[in-house]
Design a protein around this ligand. Sequence first.
Ligand SMILES: NC(=O)c1ccc[n+]([C@@H]2O[C@H](COP(=O)([O-])OP(=O)(O)OC[C@H]3O[C@@H](n4cnc5c(N)ncnc54)[C@H](OP(=O)(O)O)[C@@H]3O)[C@@H](O)[C@H]2O)c1
Length: 223
Amino acid sequence: MKVILFGATGMVGQGVLQECLESGEVDTILSIGRRPAGRQHPKLREIAHQDFADFSAIEEQLAGFDACFFCLGVSSLGMSAGDYERVTHDFTLSAARTLARRNPKMTFIYVSGTGTDSSERGRTMWARVKGETENALLKLPFKAAYMFRPGFIQPLHGATPKTKWLRSVYAVIGPLYPVLKALIPKYVTTTECVGRAMINVARRGAPHRVLESRDINAACREG
Ligand SMILES: NC(=O)c1ccc[n+]([C@@H]2O[C@H](COP(=O)([O-])OP(=O)(O)OC[C@H]3O[C@@H](n4cnc5c(N)ncnc54)[C@H](OP(=O)(O)O)[C@@H]3O)[C@@H](O)[C@H]2O)c1
């Protein structure tokens, strides 16, 4: 399988990249980011791209792929609605529209999050924007598109949150992961499971277009 990965420098993307590198099902990974993921591997090629609203300059290089794992995203904390929408909705749709044009047989997997508002009318800004993004992706002419909605994600195998405050949060919550998993298994997953689930869903599909943590964990085990 030939895979395009967005967000490989982030916590989720690092985990997904690790699983792709280890998987016998993935032959090629093209990582697209504004800075390198910092990994060297025979399967991995990287494109440094700065304008995520416009992929025309690299469009020729984006054909012939089986799957896209879209892990690019931001926290809405401290962001204006306009800035959050630009990164979350506009960048995602700009990439997805380009890929759909070039890869009609592609499976596109987007990481949104639990609580995403498919109605696009709720009170919570981030949930509305994620919902609007998911709904637009589901209308594009991909072979298939799946929306991953994880809740708490435990970083594994060296995947690290980007900001200092999030690293502190994970330092406190991380050791409690076994307890959280026992108490609320429906709301927790790991970076490893997200990556494995993406590969399995791209390969074999899934019963539903929207996957919550429990569905991600089930898809992770199917490999
Ligand atoms: N972490 C969680 O527990 C969790 C739970 C549920 C859902 N999610 C969702 O999963 C997605 C990824 O989360 P994460 O925790 O991996 O985030 P992260 O660690 O902050 O990584 C974000 C990724 O997006 C890229 N990015 C952000 N802003 C960008 C911009 N303006 N232009 C180009 N690239 C940009 C970053 O690239 P740079 O390195 O260049 O900044 C990085 O690769 C998000 O949509 C998030 O809502 C995360």
